[in-house]
Write a protein of this length. Structure first.
Length: 89
């Protein structure tokens, strides 16, 4: 997943974005019985343009429902975060 980040056609990633992508990779490759960690990095600002948190790239619904989601649903959110970071321009 990270190898595609450094090709010339990809936008530059911030250290926080690189950290999120690496964490997403760890979560998505982990055992299904493991409770995925929260993607929150304590940069809690919602972008009016995208509707996503500028720190963790989640929607408000994904943020507020995090604690009630089963592990696989949390992995689904991590997949969405990784996709959002890959298509970000």
């Amino acid at each position: 997943m990270l190898t595609n980040l450094f090709t010339p056609s990809q936008p530059r990633r911030t250290p926080a974005e690189l950290r999120l992508l690496k964490q997403a990779e760890r979560v998505l490759l982990s055992d299904d019985d493991v409770q995925p960690s929260s993607p929150c990095i304590s940069v809690c600002r919602m972008s009016e343009k995208t509707g996503l948190c500028e720190g963790c790239f989640r929607t408000l619904d994904e943020i507020t429902g995090w604690g009630h989601r089963p592990p696989e649903a949390k992995r689904d959110v991590w997949r969405l975060i990784a996709q959002r970071l890959h298509v970000r321009t």
